[in-house]
Design a protein. Structure first.
Lengths: 402, 98
């Protein structure tokens, strides 16, 4: 545990130290006030270089573009002296308020940019290899309300939260297998009207290495992850809501299988219905031996999970998930091998709004509710992690993105 | 030979980028009908957390190669609830090309 926390501390510390903030000081009297200046890596063919993106406050006319296309108008100074600007490009076919400066810029060094007697500081604090970096962005949350039809609990609130707290693009190491590193926190669970979590909760912090590969003009992703996970379940004897039943290290490999989306992708599309067609996603997860809240050892476990979605029409979005979990040792009162299957039939509520009557007012205007709410029917059977209670349940509910 | 970087060609390239990650805009009705679709809603939750990376990788794969052969600044898009295909095109895609 200590080793894990120490590792996490080191990673987060590195994250703060490498935080790349790119900003400029504005001079109000400058005729060409820069709004933002970014220093970013670009790639063309085999060459990789740095360039500065200059954004003006408004579109420039042809005379102004000619004026600022002259490298003599610009001066860029680094710590070791002036940097020669080799080229200036306006992507004028797209935007007339932006241009790129090219030169022998050094990674990780701040620059002073001078134009029209005004001076701007371009900060580049990226420490290593000019990798792009973001912090605390890309959060994602989904809530679902369900009503059970086949078990004692009347309803449940599902949550699924993922926060990417640090991301590093490894583009500069283009020869290595992985393109991105992502440090992520995630939690998932389902709280029922019986004041307990239905299958328990799973919360984790993980470091993910992401890679991509092209296959027949489509892009597929693979992922290797390592981290630490807390599993909780409601203790029915003490009514403790989040009793930790396992805390352990995890490692996983995930792969999108090419061509598995071909059949669904070839179905004729309903006009106006747009949704990503998913391939089969296969994950192998190893849960190392851990311990529960009472320091009782929990054996190691191997999981295999497959997931896919078939978006056939707005009224017919099917999702399928299967999990196989196998404990390394027998656990009293629990099967050594556990299986869980789940089918979800979802419908875009936008298509059902005419049938909701006054209820639709609660969900906002048709425009607001469009593509935001889903109605779904779910069937699940088997023993689902982390509680592995044998269930067979049918439920229906609403899901919304926040 | 590289295609000229015009708004029209950029839009064609963006449709290729989306198609590469299996979002078939043309097959579902075309850009004019679908440009206001929210990217997080047309993407299964399973893929939300890696969507920015996936989009950037797709842009690099499409735009740095024939027939476009453009330069691409390696910057992830900032995606939130309100991000539509149109805003992604205007505020990110066309800003990282030259």
């Amino acid at each position: 545990m200590r080793v894990f926390y120490l590792s996490l501390l080191v990673i987060v510390g590195f994250a703060f130290s490498a935080l790349a903030i790119e900003s400029v000081e504005l001079h109000e009297d400058s005729p060409a006030i820069l709004e933002t200046v970014n220093k970013a890596k670009s790639k063309s063919g085999e060459s990789t270089y740095l360039r500065v993106t200059v954004r003006f406050k408004k579109d420039l006319n042809e005379a102004q573009i000619e004026h600022y296309s002259d490298p003599g108008r610009w001066r860029v100074s680094g710590r070791d002296g002036d940097v020669v600007i080799t080229d200036i490009q306006f992507a004028s076919g797209l935007h007339k308020d932006q241009c790129f400066l090219y030169g022998d810029f050094e990674a990780g060094k701040s620059l002073v940019l001078m134009v029209d007697q005004a001076e701007y500081v371009v900060e580049d604090k990226a420490q290593d290899h000019e990798n792009t970096f973001s912090f605390g962005t890309n959060y994602d949350m989904q809530l679902g309300l369900r009503r059970f039809t086949s078990i004692e609990a009347q309803g449940a609130l599902d949550y699924n939260i993922a926060i990417s707290i640090m991301k590093i693009n490894l583009g500069n190491f283009s020869d290595i297998l992985f393109d991105d590193v992502d440090l992520k926190l995630a939690s998932t669970g389902s709280f029922t009207t019986e004041d307990r979590f239905q299958h328990g909760t799973e919360s984790s912090g993980s470091l993910n290495l992401l890679g991509y590969y092209d296959f027949l003009d489509e892009l597929y992703e693979f992922q290797a992850s390592g981290g630490f996970q807390f599993d909780t379940a409601t203790d029915t004897l003490t009514d403790e809501l989040l009793h930790v039943v396992n805390q352990h290290a995890t490692g996983s490999l995930q792969l999108e299988i090419p061509l598995t989306n071909l059949i669904v992708g070839s179905f004729p599309k309903e006009r106006g219905f747009l949704r990503m067609t998913s391939p089969l996603v296969v994950s192998g997860i190893y849960h190392a031996e851990g311990e529960d809240q009472d320091k009782v050892t929990v054996p190691a476990r191997k999981d295999l999970r497959i997931w896919t979605e078939a978006p056939l029409s707005p009224l017919f979005i099917l999702q399928f998930e299967a999990q196989w979990c196998s404990w390394d040792k027998e656990i009293p009162g629990m099967d050594r091998d556990n299986r869980y299957l789940e089918f979800t039939w979802a419908q875009d509520l936008d298509r059902l709004k005419y049938y909701l009557g006054p209820l639709s007012l609660l969900l906002g205007s048709a425009e607001e509710m469009r593509n935001k709410y889903f109605f779904y029917i779910r069937y699940g059977a088997g023993q689902k992690a982390p509680l592995f209670q044998d269930v067979e349940e049918t439920s229906f509910g609403f899901a919304m993105y926040l | 030979m590289a295609k000229e970087l015009t708004m029209e060609n950029a839009k064609a390239a963006f449709l290729d980028v989306l198609a590469k990650i299996r979002i078939d805009v043309e097959g579902a009705g075309g850009w004019d009908l679908l440009s206001e679709k929210k990217i997080l809603v047309i993407t299964p939750l399973e893929f939300h957390d890696i969507l920015p990376n996936r989009l950037l990788q797709s842009v690099k794969s499409v735009c740095q190669n024939e027939p476009y052969s453009w330069d691409v600044v390696e910057r992830d898009p900032e995606i939130n609830d309100d991000t539509t295909l149109q805003s992604l095109f205007d505020d990110w895609f066309t800003r990282i090309l030259s």
